[in-house]
Design a protein around this ligand. Structure first.
Ligand code: HEC
Length: 130
């Protein structure tokens, strides 16, 4: 049931083209330009910084500090989590989309379909600091 309702919500969002008009999933062929400072960073601030800022557990365990663009692009102590232009292989997207054994935000409510789309479109558009 939980899965079903999530899929229904995602489809409704895609069909209605919601997501504030910036970033629907793209199968309508009309993905708006996504900006790091206006679209991506607010999501990181609200959903990730609790753990991914200096002194917090996400940084202690992985080294990933999401307080800045530079921190996001530097990635974890094992390497980058963003491959510009390729959200399929970027760990940032893999984890928030639930495509791996662990999911982010860790032990918190998952991102909304719109937030997931924004992160995916931003990476696919080249992960620019704009
Ligand atoms: C409640 C705390 C918490 C929140 C909120 C959180 N994280 Fe994490 N994150 C962690 C911890 C702890 C780790 C280390 C996990 C491990 O190494 O097992 C981690 C690791 C990661 C990693 C690296 C995983 C790897 O491959 O080593 C990524 C990428 C990541 N988080 C992204 C995010 C994003 C993006 C958000 C927000 C959408 C987020 N996290 C929110 C706690 C959190």
């Amino acid at each position: 049931m939980r899965n079903l309702s999530r899929i229904t919500i995602g489809l409704a969002g895609a069909i209605l083209g919601v997501c504030l008009g910036v970033a629907n999933s793209g199968w309508a062929g009309n993905v708006g330009r996504v900006s790091f400072s206006e679209d991506v960073f607010p999501i990181l601030q609200y959903r990730c910084l609790e753990c991914h800022k200096a002194g917090a557990p996400g940084v202690a365990f992985s080294g990933l500090n999401l307080e800045s663009y530079e921190g996001l692009m530097k990635g974890t102590r094992y390497g980058p989590v963003v491959v510009p232009g390729n959200a399929m292989v970027s760990n940032l997207n893999v984890l928030v989309e639930g495509r791996a054994g662990i999911r982010m935000p860790h032990n918190r409510k998952r991102l909304t379909p719109c937030e997931i789309d924004i992160l995916r479109n931003w990476v696919n558009q080249g992960a620019k600091n704009d």
